[in-house]
Design a protein around this ligand. Structure first.
Ligand code: ZN
Length: 407
């Protein structure tokens, strides 16, 4: 989730608002206004709307406290948190690392609901201290706000404890299964499946309520269910991917089919001879066996077309020192993480300064697809003496096609 408005930092954690939050904030203020007007018909319009605005702002702060509880516990247990983003359906804490043990996962997950419950009951206790009772006598604005915040935070705490991944309760469930079975992948699979069932129940309940007169409220429940379904499916797929890639190294999947181009060549020649004939999107620029940089389709399209005759490959390429690289023996998962984090599609594979190949997102995806279509068990690995066999054939093929098109 990007495109956020940054609000500042707490304990090194960037706090941001996603635009979708404003839609929900407006809805909350509007429904609060209606609620206050209905419960306290003697209030003036000003009093109603100012109370609604203040309540919504306080609700926003309690939501933030819920996320902060997750994040601060995570930090305490040695995990890095980069940001908290509030969006239409609540908040997300962006963790740099995943919990490495079941205990950490448990405490990080349960900290949020505990915070919400404490805040909720705290609000009720203060309201009771101020003389609030379950009666129809008119309440002050302060007790009205506290009572509403109490309900919403207790509701939030309980809702989040529903044991469906990726809700907090799902994470708690996952950590418990993980603690018992000592198998992180399996526990995520189970928690994600339970999450899908919970999500389906939400959708069905929402639809049922919609047709029984709940209107918008029913649709809202169904929408939350749909969102949960998506998130649960995504977590399931993530585990599948991770376990399929776990023991693979970059050298197992990288393509050695990397055509090397001359740095002094004009872009026009590069486009005509290489880009348009090989169908590849990424080329290495080498100088005496050392990688100088990488030139991709994207780099070429950054240069205006009328400059292609004059500009050289080395002007358009991304120079080696700006490139992120991986070594052939690093895990595929790490390479994938680097690509996702930096929003790039390929990484040069470099061993002691010399280019060994290119690993790309699409390659990794294709590999996963092939494994899936062959219905290979996730633990299957080709015999080690066979990996790297494709090297010679592919390289000579690509050199052939390059030489061919030069003629
Ligand atoms: Zn939470």
């Amino acid at each position: 989730m990007r495109s956020t408005i940054k609000l500042g930092k707490i304990s090194g954690i960037e706090i941001g608002l996603h635009y979708s939050w404003f839609i929900i904030a407006a809805l909350i203020v509007f429904s609060l206004g209606q609620h206050f007007h209905l419960v306290n018909p003697n209030w003036s319009m000003w009093q109603v709307w100012i109370t609604a605005l203040v309540t919504a702002a306080l609700f926003f702060i309690t939501l933030l406290l819920h996320e902060l509880a997750h994040s601060l516990v995570a930090q305490k247990r040695g995990l890095r948190i980069s940001a908290i983003t509030l969006f239409a359906l609540g908040g997300v804490s962006q963790m740099q690392d995943d919990a490495t043990d079941a205990k950490t996962e448990f405490w990080v997950a349960i900290a949020g609901p505990i915070a919400s419950l404490i805040i909720g009951f705290g609000c009720w206790a203060i309201a009771a201290g101020l003389g609030w009772q379950h009666s129809t006598e008119p309440h002050t604005a302060v007790t009205e706000v506290l009572v509403w915040l109490g309900y919403i935070n207790i509701g939030l705490g309980l809702f989040n404890m529903i044991p469906g991944f990726p809700l907090d309760g799902g994470r708690v469930l996952r950590s418990i299964i993980w603690g018992i079975s000592k198998n992180a992948d399996r526990s995520t699979r189970i928690a994600a499946r339970v999450g899908q069932v919970v999500a389906l129940l939400f959708i069905l309940d929402g639809i049922w309520q919609f047709f029984h007169g709940a209107g918008f409220g029913g649709l809202w429940i169904a929408f939350i269910g749909w969102f949960l379904m998506d998130a649960a499916k995504a977590s399931y797929a993530e585990v599948e991917t991770a376990s399929a890639l776990r023991d693979l190294q970059v050298s197992d999947v990288m393509s050695r089919e990397c055509v090397v181009v001359d740095r002094g060549m004009s872009l026009q020649e590069f486009v005509d001879v290489y880009l348009l004939t090989t169908g590849q999107r990424c080329f290495a620029v080498e100088d005496q066996g050392r990688l100088m940089g990488l030139i991709t389709l994207r780099d070429v399209s950054n240069i205006p077309r009328d400059r292609w005759e004059q500009a050289t490959v080395s002007e358009a390429m991304r120079p080696g020192k700006e490139l992120r690289t991986v070594s052939p023996d690093s895990p595929v998962l790490d390479a994938l993480k680097v690509m996702v984090r930096n929003d790039i599609n390929q990484l040069p594979v470099v061993d002691h300064g010399s280019l060994q190949g290119i690993v790309s997102r699409s390659q990794i995806l294709q590999l996963l697809q092939i494994r899936d279509e062959l219905r290979l068990p996730t633990a299957y690995r080709p015999p080690p003496e066979l990996s790297g066999r494709n090297e010679l054939d592919v390289r000579s093929m690509s050199q052939m096609s390059a030489r061919h098109s030069r003629v």
